[in-house]
Design a protein around this ligand. Structure first.
Ligand SMILES: NC(=O)c1ccc[n+]([C@@H]2O[C@H](COP(=O)([O-])OP(=O)(O)OC[C@H]3O[C@@H](n4cnc5c(N)ncnc54)[C@H](OP(=O)(O)O)[C@@H]3O)[C@@H](O)[C@H]2O)c1
Length: 306
């Protein structure tokens, strides 16, 4: 839309036929699929004939988005599941129920993400954006891995934030953000760093699944408009559309080219990019990364249904 939009320059190196693929017969789950990049992802997959499970917290918004997608694509294999990812026990119940009901899940897209203006806790006493961005993603993915693993060409694509990688080193000492001033945007950036670590660790532990985490670029969506109103106003002309923001997600979820890259990497504009600046202070030790996994594992177990 604007000559300042960086997508236009980046897309010059794209191989168009990478995404000229059918998704028929493949099953996708997309969290936060009612809005922004998640909705654009769901629509593009439905257009290619894929079955889409939309996981959303608001039933009305989700049904409305589903109706749009079905109308625009003619694909009726689009299903709504109501789940608030900040509700830790419910995430478990949902994932375990899904696994019992469905035989296939080829691709999980961890798209939903939240920035909180102030610190709030959920019913389990956990800070809500952590519960959504980290523990919710952890439990959903962990619980579904056995189903994903037995599906063909299985993949898990998660959302990272490039600027978050530059400002946040993995910190495991304040997972609940209950010490110091609560800066929701920085907390969110830390969660995205944690998602990058999760992706790297899962890739090692589950070699038959292709894991990736990607930065969509700066995209004009409600999350950005609400959490960063000044930035949104001043940058509006150079923000990407949700469709442009969904491009790399789709490439990672659908293309054959993506699976030629090793699992566990960070992407922007269909390319592997470093999740750290050269020699940066943002690197964490393998020990800290394993500690994060162990802490999440323990926390997840505490709330696991029997
Ligand atoms: N926009 C950007 O510039 C940008 C840059 C880097 C990364 N990202 C990432 O892109 C992803 C999608 O965000 P977006 O920019 O497309 O924003 P968006 O349009 O606001 O979409 C966010 C989605 O996440 C859902 N969500 C939030 N909290 C949830 C919860 N507790 N349970 C279930 N769903 C929840 C929202 O549901 P409701 O509609 O009900 O609120 C919405 O569907 C996020 O992970 C974000 O971090 C975006």
């Amino acid at each position: 839309s604007s000559c300042r939009n960086p997508y236009l320059a980046a897309s010059k190196h794209f191989v168009e036929k990478d995404l000229e693929v059918s998704a028929a017969g493949r099953v996708f789950m997309i969290t936060g699929a009612n809005s922004g990049i998640g909705k654009a992802t769901a629509l593009a997959i439905a257009k290619r004939g894929g079955t889409v499970h939309m996981v959303c917290r608001n039933k009305d918004k989700a049904e409305e988005a589903r109706a749009d997608i079905v109308k625009e694509t003619g694909n009726k294999e689009v299903y709504v599941h109501v789940l608030d990812l900040s509700e830790t026990k419910k995430v478990w119940e949902f994932a375990e129920g899904f696994k019992k009901k469905y035989k296939t899940l080829n691709v999980l897209v961890n798209n939903a993400g939240a920035i909180m203006n102030q610190r709030e806790v959920n019913a389990e006493g956990l800070e809500k954006s952590f519960a959504t961005n980290v523990l919710g993603v952890f439990i959903l993915t962990k619980s579904l891995i056995p189903l994903i693993e037995k599906s063909l060409d299985p993949r898990v694509v998660s959302h990272g934030v490039l600027w978050g990688m530059l400002v946040q080193k993995l910190r495991i000492g304040n997972l609940q953000s209950d010490r110091g001033r609560f800066d929701g945007t920085m907390v969110y950036a830390q969660h995205k760093r944690q998602q990058v670590v999760l992706t790297e660790q899962w890739a090692k532990a589950h070699p038959t699944i292709h894991f990736s985490v990607m930065h969509p670029g700066w995209v004009d969506t409600p999350t950005v408009a609400n959490a960063m109103p000044d930035f949104h106003r001043s940058m509006k002309a150079s923000l990407r559309s949700p469709e442009q923001g969904a491009d790399t997600v789709l490439w990672l979820a659908l293309s054959e080219a993506a699976t030629k890259n090793p699992s566990g990497r960070f992407y922007q504009d269909r390319r592997v990019v470093p999740a750290h600046l050269p020699l940066a202070w943002t690197h964490s030790s393998p020990l800290e990364e394993q500690k994060l996994m162990a802490l999440l594992e323990d926390m997840a177990k505490t709330f696991q249904p029997h």
